[in-house]
Every structure is written in C-alpha cells, then in structure tokens.
Design a protein around this ligand. Structure first.
Ligand SMILES: [Zn+2]
Length: 365
C-alpha cells in the first residue's frame, strides 16, 4: 500500500508539472486561430419562389425564416467541407424577392434575358411542385447562365403531387452547395466517371475524386480541385463575366509522358489515348490519338486544351456530349505488355494551380 501511494504521488507530481505546459500550448494555439480570422466573402442570392410552395410552408414570413435557416446550413456545410483549405469564409445571403404564380420556366426565360440585378450576385429559382404543364420537361436541379453572365440556379421539383421539401431533406442543402459550386466555376466531377462494363480497353471502373461536385448525397467534402477553383474565383461576384474561358484556361498546354523499362528510358513504346464520354460514362474503343516515345523515352503531347475541349474529328463516335472528352485513358504498350494511366480533366487541370504548363506522366514497365 505504501509503495502504491508513493507511485501515485509521483504520478501526481508529473501531471502537475506537465499541466501548465499543456495549458500554455492550448492558449497559444487558440490565440493564433483568433488572431487570424478569415475574411468573409458574401454572395447575395436573389430568390424567386413559387406561390404554391410559399403557401404550403406557411406564407411569406414563415418561408423567409425557413429559407434563412436553410442557408445557414448551406453556409455552414460549404465552409466546413473546405476542411481548413479555404482562404476565406464564404457566406450566401438569401433575399426572397419574388413569389411567382406562373410556370417557373417562364420566370427562368424572363430572367435569362434580363440584364441587371445590380444588388444581387446569383439567382435562385425554387419551384416546389410541377403544377404547370411545361415544368415537367425541365424537372430537376441545375445551374445555367443568363444575360450579363449572371448564373441562375434552378431547383425544380420532380413531382406533380408532392412538394419538394428543400428545408426538410438532409441532402438538399448539399445539393444547393453543389449548384453554387457551378456558379463559382467548378464542373461536375461525376461526368468523368467510367463504368467497368463500358470500358472495352482495360475493363476497370474509374471513380472521380470524392467531392460535393461528384456526389452531394453522401459526400461531405470538396475535392482539392473544387477548393482551388473556389479560392481562385472567390472575390468575383460573377465568375463567368470576370473569368471568360476559365474552364479551358485551366488545361495545361502539354502532357509529358516518360516511359521506363526496367529503370531505363525506352524508345518506341506505343501510346494510345482513349477518350471517355459524359452521360454514357464509357470509353471509345478506337484511340483518339496514338503516339510513340522518342529516343529519350518521352513524348510531349501538345495542344492539350483542344484535345479535351471541342476535339477535332475523327472522334470515332457519333455523339460526344458537351463536345468534350472527359477522362482520357492512356495506354502504353511494350512487347505486348500494357500499362494504364487515367487522365481525368479535373486532375490534369490542377497543373493550372501549380503555375505549370506541362502535366507529367511517368510509366514504368
Ligand atoms: Zn452539377
């Protein structure tokens, strides 16, 4: 018993000595965080909501309160999903301006042609039920561009009978974040996906990076690609106006492929570039381009922006959604053995944020 007490006494002494040290550390860390708060950037959202929906949720005042707390969720999620990588605190401020009693397609087409909205940065049309005939043809959510490079996010219901509960279903605040992600300049990452069954080359599935822009149903983070873009365009209230052609600019000029065989650079290795399509999530079986490594065991693919975006025919397919290849599969062939590298657009475009003009690919046999 005596010995135990002694041991405990010693332990207590150690804890007493260590405690002040740790509290001092904590205080220092907290101080650093407090002394460097992020600047807040606000985007003012012009909201137009359908009369049927507003009435369903208790009238204008009740609706406004719901909308405010919904946007708190959106903002909270948006920033937390940055996981410390955002340079700013972002805040979307909803402003219920219009309650319309007509087809939301009509509202959309009017806004599409309207210049102005000087006090707002982005438009949001909410239509909670398909109660006008033409609405069914454009059900679902999307982000489009209107006059004056103003982005319009449309959240249109998918039902004629049930109100789409923006405020009650968990993944909707992430869905809005996804659409505003488009407003900030980020594309859909799910378009880069390739299904194994639609891949006649190496029969593997390609899954794009985990991101709200890939899947908002069960994803709680932004990919580094999305974070880079959101930081880059942060200060612009209308990125489509201030960064014209931004998507294409993000591509590097070149992709440099280097091939080693047993640790030595190899000449004459055949390289095939296969293109993938959005919607179909497939690969076209005929290579879009074929190259061969030079005597340094390298090949410099040039004109990369035009390989992905509006590629020159022949495409070896009748239909190319968005007129873009989304993911290239690069195949290297040496003496019958084949190696593969995925080249999704968003990955290759990351070169832009490294201030480089060449994306490097190394292949080892
Ligand atoms: Zn999308």
């Amino acid at each position: 018993m005596d010995i135990d007490m002694k041991k405990n006494w010693k332990k207590s002494l150690i804890i007493l000595v260590l405690l002040p040290f740790f509290s001092w550390m904590d205080a220092k860390t907290i101080q650093e965080v407090v002394s460097q708060p992020l600047d807040t950037i606000e985007y003012r959202v012009f909201v137009a909501a359908d009369k049927a929906g507003v009435e369903h949720w208790g009238g204008i005042e009740a609706y406004r309160i719901k909308l405010d707390s919904f946007f708190q969720q959106v903002n909270d999620f948006w920033n937390k999903a940055g996981d410390g990588r955002f340079k700013y605190y972002f805040r979307y401020v909803p402003d219920l301006q219009v309650v319309y009693d007509c087809s939301s397609l009509h509202v959309e087409s009017v806004y599409n042609r309207s210049e102005g909205f000087p006090n707002h940065d982005v438009l949001l049309i909410i239509d909670s039920i398909l109660d006008f005939d033409d609405e069914e043809s454009a059900q679902g959510w999307y982000c489009g561009g209107g006059a004056g490079d103003l982005n319009i996010v449309v959240c249109r219901s998918r039902s004629k009978t049930e109100y789409e509960d923006l405020f009650g279903i968990d993944y909707f605040y992430r869905g809005i974040a996804h659409e505003f992600g488009h407003y900030r300049g980020v594309t859909d990452l799910y378009a880069d996906k390739i299904e194994a069954k639609n891949n006649p080359i190496n029969h593997l599935q390609y899954d794009p990076a985990s991101c709200v822009m890939n899947n908002h149903f069960d994803t709680y983070k932004w990919s580094s690609y999305a974070v880079n873009i959101i930081n880059y365009t942060a200060k612009s209230k209308r990125p489509s106006r201030d960064f014209p052609g931004f998507f294409k600019q993000m591509f590097p000029e070149n992709i440099q492929v280097s091939v080693n065989v047993n640790g030595k650079r190899k000449k004459g290795v055949k390289l095939n570039l296969y293109g993938s399509r959005a919607w179909f999530n497939d690969l076209i079986a005929t290579p879009y381009r074929t190259y061969e490594t030079d005597k340094r065991g390298e090949y410099l693919i040039t004109g990369v922006p035009d390989l992905y975006d509006q590629p020159v025919p022949p495409l070896h397919t009748d239909e190319l959604p968005y007129n873009r290849w989304f993911t290239f599969l690069l195949e290297a062939e040496y003496k019958g053995e084949k190696k593969y590298v995925w080249l999704p657009e968003y990955e290759v475009q990351q070169t832009f944020f490294e201030n480089k003009d060449t994306y490097q690919v190394k292949i080892d046999f």
